[in-house]
Design a protein around this ligand. Structure first.
Ligand code: GLN
Length: 537
């Protein structure tokens, strides 16, 4: 195929209907036919990037290889497609406005009045086309965040209107809505969908395809009715019924013929069948696993599981590939104290201590590490979780009383075993000192992680300010916690393990960002395997 085609996915009726999953599923079905596809998310909020957003409000911040802090939907895109995303895959209104204002300050607009149309819409357009212009993609799928009718999303919908006009059959709009079921009358209701499509039409956009989320089968009548009211032909009314796992959605969409309709409408007439073999194998294992594996995830945002989306998905992949059903226990770090830690963790086959920022919950995390270390429960510490393991070991094994991370200023510790390294200290602006994005790491031959990865050189994504303070390195080695992964140029310590323990690994990086359905992360797979085997013995 020569020229990139652009697919826009909008949402109506309610938020959280799963535009990201529908976009990722369509992308998968196109990719499985041999096309190269990427997905982009346009977020209508004014924050410049999601990095500083509260995880309680927005879920996890997903980090790309090039160090962009992005929306968690990019995690779905990567898990489904297995293709890395970059900064260009996530744009917010804040960034669009920042660019427009920068251009205005530079005088690029020659003193003209700067307006939403054309200046803001042109900047949105530029960001959409940027991915297509790389020449790498047959399809660029652009998901528009928010719900049609929101004030914030207007400039985006307007841009879609213009692009549809300019690109003709090279652009297509899919609108995702919800068809509620009224239990009292026993009916499925299409009115919210009709109104949502009308709203879109008012803004100048006629959707080409409607995807209807529903808890019940829609049947022919409803589909015909929606088609008739919304100017959409019958085969372009697609049902997306609730399923037990998001990984089933691509197969449901395949049954509904979503990708076929897209290809037909975009005049791509010759195309093969999708190759979904590996995906199907995964799904079969995921759904047929009966025996449970109990994993505890100790964190401070446990009220909102989305805050740990990538970790949870990585565990789901790892459990399926170990033929186990994941029983995840989200455990509140702040509630863990010496007196109750046994009660909370004794039934866990493996424990993960989660990443995080700030000092809230740190002491509970440290107490959890002590318990799993002393009781031989497999442990994986991620980022702050690794740092807590380092602190715990200093306090309780090496004997450095009150050891802490320099991030916890209140503690004013004499033993900052986690600290900023010298070269970072002068840069004080928030964000400026972060190690962000993918960095190389060298593993020590003979270590557990070396065996797990099966190679010496790896690359993993980071998002943190503080580091293992290598001033204390020898004391750790002497006492049995061994640094086994190093950043090649700086020598920064990226991985520690305790060889005496059945399975105790702390990583300064985030393996969870790179586990995919077809290529689950080796560290999570090995951790879950250890959890299963350790509890047998
Ligand atoms: N707060 C710690 C740091 O900045 C850990 C960050 C994280 O867990 N992502 O180093």
């Amino acid at each position: 195929m020569q020229k990139t085609r652009y697919i826009f996915v909008t949402g109506g009726v309610a938020s959280s209907l799963g535009k990201g999953i529908i976009s990722a599923s369509l992308a998968k079905l196109l990719q499985a036919r041999g096309y190269s596809v990427t997905i982009q998310k346009l977020d209508p909020y004014i924050n410049v990037d999601p990095g500083t957003l509260n995880p309680y409000e927005h879920g996890e911040c997903y980090v790309t290889v090039d160090g962009a802090e992005t929306d968690l939907d990019l995690g779905h895109y990567e898990r489904f497609l297995g293709v890395p995303t970059t900064q260009a895959n996530n744009i917010t209104t804040g960034r669009i406005y920042q660019n427009v204002i920068d251009q205005e300050r530079r005088g690029d607009f020659l003193g003209k009045t700067v307006q939403i149309i054309p200046h803001v819409t042109n900047e949105i357009k530029r960001n959409i086309m940027l991915l297509g212009e790389t020449g790498e993609f047959d399809f660029v799928i652009t998901e528009i965040g928010g719900t049609v009718g929101d004030i914030e999303s207007l400039p985006y919908i307007e841009t879609v209107r213009q692009l549809k006009w300019e690109l003709g059959s090279k652009a297509l709009v899919i609108h995702l809505t919800y068809v509620p079921y009224l239990a009292s009358s026993g009916e499925l209701k299409t009115k919210p969908t009709q109104h949502s499509v009308k709203k879109l039409q008012e803004e100048g956009v006629q959707p080409d395809i409607l995807v209807l989320r529903s808890e019940h089968d829609l049947g022919e009548d409803i589909r015909n009715k929606v088609g008739r009211f919304c100017n959409v032909d019958r085969e372009s009314v697609i049902q997306s019924i609730d399923v037990s796992t998001i990984y089933e959605v691509p197969l449901k969409m395949q049954e509904e013929g979503l990708a076929e309709v897209v290809l037909k409408k975009m005049k791509v007439l010759k195309h093969g069948l999708p190759e979904m073999g590996q995906w199907n194998d995964f799904l079969k294992r995921l759904k047929s696993a009966e025996e449970e594996v109990h994993i505890g995830l100790v964190g401070k945002y446990v009220e909102l599981a989305d805050a740990y989306k990538s970790i949870i998905e990585s565990l789901i992949h790892a459990a399926a590939y170990n033929d186990r059903k994941l029983e995840l226990h989200l455990i509140h770090a702040e509630g863990i104290i010496e007196e109750n830690v046994a009660k909370q963790l004794k039934d866990m086959q493996g424990v993960i201590v989660a990443p995080g920022f700030g000092d809230r919950g740190i002491e509970g995390k440290i107490t959890a590490v002590k318990y799993v270390r002393e009781n031989n429960i497999p442990f994986l510490g991620i980022c702050l979780g690794m740092q807590c393991a380092v602190i715990e070991f200093a306090r309780n094994v090496i004997g450095l009383e009150g050891a802490n991370t320099a991030e916890n200023e209140k503690a004013n510790t004499a033993y900052p075993v986690i600290d900023m390294m010298e070269e970072q200290k002068n840069i004080s602006e928030m964000g400026g000192t972060m190690r962000l994005g993918a960095y190389d790491c060298e593993l020590v031959e003979g270590s557990k992680v070396f065996d797990i990865y099966g190679q010496k050189e790896i690359s993993e994504r980071h998002r943190h300010r503080y580091e293992f303070n290598d001033k204390y390195k020898q004391q750790y080695i002497d006492n049995g916690m061994i640094p086994v992964g190093f950043a090649p140029k700086t020598g920064l310590i990226d991985v520690v393990e305790i060889p005496e323990h059945p399975w105790f690994v702390g990583v300064q990086y985030h393996p969870e960002y790179s586990s995919t359905v077809v290529d689950p992360h080796p560290l999570f797979k090995a951790f879950v395997k250890a959890a299963i085997e350790n509890s047998k013995s």
